[in-house]
Design a protein around this ligand. Structure first.
Ligand code: TA6
Length: 292
């Protein structure tokens, strides 16, 4: 079945007043477009990758690089990549395989409150027999739940992150609150320390906080706060590539670091989830915005 036929099938099976299907921009990625009383949004079957979440009256909460490619098997740069079933650069591909596979849309429901819930699923046998589902609710908040089931006969050490690229007006004026007191592993200096209550950005930042605390991103330029709430997430990742790394990164503009910050619910490295045969684990992240 080609992409056009897939779109037809998706519209026949799931189309409803608040949900239609089309290609993302000038790509051939089949994408669900949501428009309800709370928000507009978009999520593609490629990677079950959320690309946009625009609460009424707001700018998009998510940033997608102007330089991102939308061509499998390249990962999309921006939005909400699902890092699974491992987090980090090793083994290849970096951050796992889920983001560069087409998932199946299993269900799409317009909820009684007017929000929309879509459920995607992917089953793999390598590096282990696993099934992952992503349930995303587009409402007054955006809630993403990633559930993994171990279908194998042995345990699997699951690494995962909901690797969210948030749009900010200017990273140098953006503040992060909520992680104070947590152990902070700086992946650049390989040093650990105790995190301050509030911090700003003056350089490349790639930190893992041993914390599931709610994070507030304060953006005085866009005059908004973004709340990032997490469940079953032992780590929070905070990342901005800054100048040199932005220049080195593919599919990312040299100046785009000014307009983004990643804050990610995660279970990674020493906090991977030891999933026994038949066991299930869910990682949840909820984002919402209010005036600053
Ligand atoms: O989550 C932060 C990080 O691991 C950084 O070290 C950097 O490698 C970034 O992810 C890459 O993000 P990408 O969207 O390219 O996978």
């Amino acid at each position: 079945m080609n992409e056009q036929e897939l779109l037809l099938q998706l519209n026949e099976k799931f189309k409803q007043p608040s949900l239609t299907f089309g290609f993302w921009k000038d790509s051939r990625l089949p994408t669900a477009y949501i428009a309800n009383r709370f928000c507009r949004g978009a999520v593609t079957l490629y990677g079950a990758h959320v690309l946009s979440y625009i609460p009424d009256g707001q700018k998009d909460l998510l940033m997608v690089s102007e330089k991102s490619l939308f061509e499998p098997p390249i990962g999309i740069r921006g939005g909400i990549p699902v890092c699974w079933p491992w987090f980090g650069p090793d083994p290849a591909p970096p951050h796992g395989i889920a983001r560069i596979q087409f998932w199946e849309l299993k269900n799409a429901v317009s909820q009684p409150d007017g929000s929309d819930t879509l459920t995607f699923e992917l089953t793999v046998t390598d590096p282990h027999e696993l099934t992952v589902s992503l349930e995303v609710n587009f409402g007054a908040a955006l809630t993403v739940a990633v559930t993994t089931v171990n279908n194998g006969k042995t345990s699997y050490l699951l690494g995962e992150a909901i690797h969210t690229y948030f749009k900010v007006g200017e990273i140098e004026k953006t503040l992060i609150r909520g992680l104070g007191g947590a152990t902070l592993d700086n992946r650049l200096t390989k040093q650990s320390s105790i995190a301050p209550d509030v911090f700003g950005f003056q350089e490349e930042t790639d930190n893992i906080y041993h914390s599931d605390a709610t994070v507030m991103i304060e953006d005085p330029v866009l005059k908004r706060k973004i709340k990032v709430e997490k469940q079953f997430s032992r780590d929070t990742v905070v990342w901005n590539p800054w100048i040199a790394k932005s220049q080195k990164m593919e599919n990312f503009g040299d100046e785009e670091y000014h307009g983004m910050v990643c804050v990610e619910a995660a279970n990674c490295f020493g906090h991977r989830v030891d999933l026994a045969p038949g066991a299930k684990h869910t990682l949840i992240q909820k984002i919402s915005t209010s005036a600053l």
